[in-house]
Design a protein around this ligand. Structure first.
Ligand SMILES: NC(=O)c1ccc[n+]([C@@H]2O[C@H](COP(=O)([O-])OP(=O)(O)OC[C@H]3O[C@@H](n4cnc5c(N)ncnc54)[C@H](OP(=O)(O)O)[C@@H]3O)[C@@H](O)[C@H]2O)c1
Length: 292
């Protein structure tokens, strides 16, 4: 049997890159990039502007993928807040088109949504809870979720938590700037913003699981709820970083374009029941020693 083809959009991004590294063990992986060319050993890379429907149609036709994992997005809430129309085209229009083509080809389609579809006032959030985003990024992800599911109800809509881990040559997670700031001086982190983070590797495992087992919504959060500040403390301890510069602050102390919810912790028991197994945050960070 020839090995099956998997299309991963956003392979030059943090999650897409981690996804390609994991998926290449079992799939013939085709990864897309747009403005950041990157080579990944064993992966067929293609430059695609996913805002252009003709380009998406062309790659589906050329590759004939057996499945799609769609991670490409404008992933910065602050950018989306100040550029709502520009970000809508990649976050909503492109996502709906990918779902439509996946329906035409009758192949599994996995979408990376976000915990920021919630307002953070009633955590932990289950799949059955109503969405209530507080910024444009969250609103766009809600529109993409709904648009994709209406075009293709089989879409696996995976709500991702905050993610950290090995940086791609072309993209980092939030943790690399944290480490740099700690080494160079001072890092202030929120004591009043809570998430259920996982590493990019764990998230990628969850997305492959969803590809095989999920139709509809699923939460892929980690097992621990943690504030940004306590995550920073653990990071300092496990990676033996200088602790002196780590300071606590509150959301109200930092002015940002996009409003931020206080606690979008996910209840991911449905995914745990399907075999999704995030490690503890300490174990995740220990596994990253020497790699970040
Ligand atoms: N990171 C997190 O903590 C987090 C949390 C929750 C959900 N998510 C979601 O998870 C997914 C992955 O996030 P990430 O952090 O890996 O994002 P990222 O590092 O910002 O990567 C975004 C990717 O999207 C691609 N892209 C952007 N515009 C494009 C366009 N017009 N055409 C084609 N490709 C385009 C980028 O390509 P180029 O760079 O080559 O232009 C890049 O590969 C996103 O859907 C994000 O919303 C992320």
């Amino acid at each position: 049997m020839p090995i099956k083809k998997l299309l991963v959009t956003g392979a030059s991004g943090f999650l897409g890159w981690n996804q390609c590294l994991l998926a290449r063990q079992e799939w013939d992986v085709y990864g897309t990039y747009f403005s950041h060319p990157v080579e990944i050993p064993g992966i067929n890379m293609l430059k695609v502007d996913l805002r252009d429907f003709q380009e998406i149609k062309r790659i589906f036709h050329e590759i004939q993928p057996a499945a799609v994992i769609h991670t490409a997005a404008q992933s910065s809430p602050n950018f989306c807040q100040s550029h709502p129309d520009e970000s809508y085209r990649i976050n909503v229009t492109a996502s709906c088109n990918i779902a439509g083509l996946s329906a035409d080809y009758s192949i599994p389609c996995v979408f990376t949504s976000t915990d920021l579809v919630f307002n953070g006032l009633n955590p932990p959030y289950r799949e059955t809870d109503s969405v209530c985003p507080v910024n444009h990024y969250g609103e766009q992800k809600v529109m993409a979720e709904e648009g994709m599911r209406s075009r293709y109800p089989m879409t696996a809509v995976c709500r991702m938590p905050l993610m950290f881990g090995m940086a791609a040559p072309t993209a980092t997670s939030f943790m690399q700037p944290f480490i740099k700031a700690l080494r160079e001086g001072e890092l202030s982190l929120f004591i009043d913003e809570f998430r259920t983070p996982v590493s990019g590797t764990t998230a990628a495992q969850g997305l492959l699981l969803a590809l095989g087992k999920v139709k509809g919504l699923i939460h892929l959060g980690g097992k621990e709820r943690v504030s940004r500040y306590d995550f920073g403390r653990l990071l300092v301890e496990v990676l033996q970083l200088p602790a002196a510069g780590l300071k606590a602050c509150q959301q109200k102390d930092v002015k940002m374009a996009a409003p931020r919810p206080p606690d979008v912790s996910l209840n991911s028991s449905m995914a745990f029941g399907l075999g999704y197994k995030p490690l503890s945050l300490r174990e995740e960070l220990e596994a990253l020693q020497g790699k970040v």
